[in-house]
Design a protein around this ligand. Sequence first.
Ligand SMILES: [Zn+2]
Length: 462
Amino acid sequence: MKQILLKNGFIVTMAEGHETVYDGGSVLVEDGNIKAVGRIDPKTVAPDAEIMDLNGKYVLPGFVNTHVHTSQQISRGVGDDVDFVTWLHKRMWPFESSMTEEDSYISTLATCLEMIKTGVTSFAEPGGQFVSGMCRAVAKSGLRAKLAKSVMDCGEGLPAVWQRTMEEELEQQVLDLEKYHNTADGRVQVWFGLRTIFNNTDGLCVKTKELADKYGVGIHMHVAEAKEEKEYTYARWGEGTVQHLESLGILSPNLLAVHTVWLTDEEIALFKKRDVKVSHNPASAMRVLGFARIPKMLSEGICLSIGTDGASSSNHMDMVDEMWLTSLIHKGWRLDPTVVPSQDILRMATRWGARALLDDKLYGSLESGKKADLIVIDPQGPSMMPVNDKIAALVTAMHSENITCSMCDGKWLMKDRKILTLDEDAILAEGTARAAAIYKRAGIELPIRFPVVKISREKKLF
Ligand SMILES: [Zn+2]
C-alpha cells in the first residue's frame, strides 16, 4: 500500500453536487486513488506515507484538455498569419502527411511536456495518422488520453497518402482499438475519429457510430467549425452540420463535438436533447473560426469543456491560457462582463471535461474513490499576488508557471516544475531537429518577416 498525504492546503474539490473548498484541508491518496479529502483522520495515515506540506498552496483536479492535436506540436508556427485554406492545403496537410510514426511519437512527447507543465492530466486527441506512436508517448508520459486516428474518406486536395476508402479507414481504427485500447494501466484508450463533414461520407459517419457504440467508446469530430463549412452544408443538404448529423443518427452522448462555432438555436437544442459534448477552443476560434455561442450553450445546460487545439493553429497548448481567454472573449463579443463566470470555466476545465470524455465517474473532481489526478498551485509571485477572490484568480490571474506539481493515477508527473517521467531537454532537441527535417521534406517555406544576418561564431568579434 502506497500512501501520499498532501496536507494544509486550499483544496478546491469541484465535487459534483457540492463543490466544497477546504481551507487548511488535506488530500490522502492511496494506491492511485483518492482515499479522503478535507479533514483527514490521522489514524488512517500509514506511518510510511509520503507527506507533502502544502503550506496554503492550492490543490485542484488535473485539467482535462478535450481537444489537442499532438502530431501538430512540432509544426508550431506553421499557421501564423495565413488564411484558412492556405493553412490547410499549403501548410498543415503537407506537414502532417510528411510525418513518420517516429515523428508522431516525438511530437506527442513534446505535447505531453507542455501539457504536464500546464496542469493537464487527461486529454483527447482527435487524430494524427499514427495511433501507435501517440500511444507509446502517452504511456511513457504518465498522462491519460483518448486517442483517435484522423479519418478521411473523401474531400478535395487530400495528399495522395491520405486518399483512403471508408473500409480502409474503419479497418485501421478497429485494429488500433483492439491493440491499444485500455493499455498503460488503462490510461490509454482509443476512440473513433471523424475529421470533418468535408472529409467524411455519410456512410462512414453511420458506420463509425455503430462501431463506437459496439465498443463502448466515444467519437471525436470537428463540427460546424468554419463559415465555409456552413456554406457547404447548406448548399449540399439545405441544413447545418448538426442537423445533418441528426438526420444520420450520429448525435448522442458519446459524440464529442469540437469548435461548434456556427450553430443555430435549433442545433443548440439538438445538442441538449441528445446530450452531445462540446469542446470549446477559444484561441484557435479567435484566429479564424469565430465566436462559439458559449453563453447560450451554458444557459441551455450543454456539457461544455475546453481544448487547446493544435500548435499549428493556436501555438499555446496551455489550458490556463485557454481558461483566461474563455473568461474574456465572450464578455467582449456579448458586451456583458457577467457571462461565463470563473466557476463555470473551472467546471469546464475539470469535471465537465471528464464528463465530455465519458469519464466523470473516474476523475475531474477531488472525491473519495476517484483517481488521484490532481495539481498543486503556488500563487506566490507578482502576477497572481495578492489573491483576494481565490476562485476567480485561478482563471483570471493564474499563469501556468504557478502550477508546481502534477499527479496522475496517484503518481507524480511533476514536482517543483521538474517533469519526472520525461527527459525535457532531449525531447525538445529531438523535436526541433525532426521539425526542421519535415519542413524540408514537405517543401514548406515560411515568410521572411525581417532580414536576418547570420554571424558565424569564428568571425564574431565579441
Ligand atoms: Zn482540431
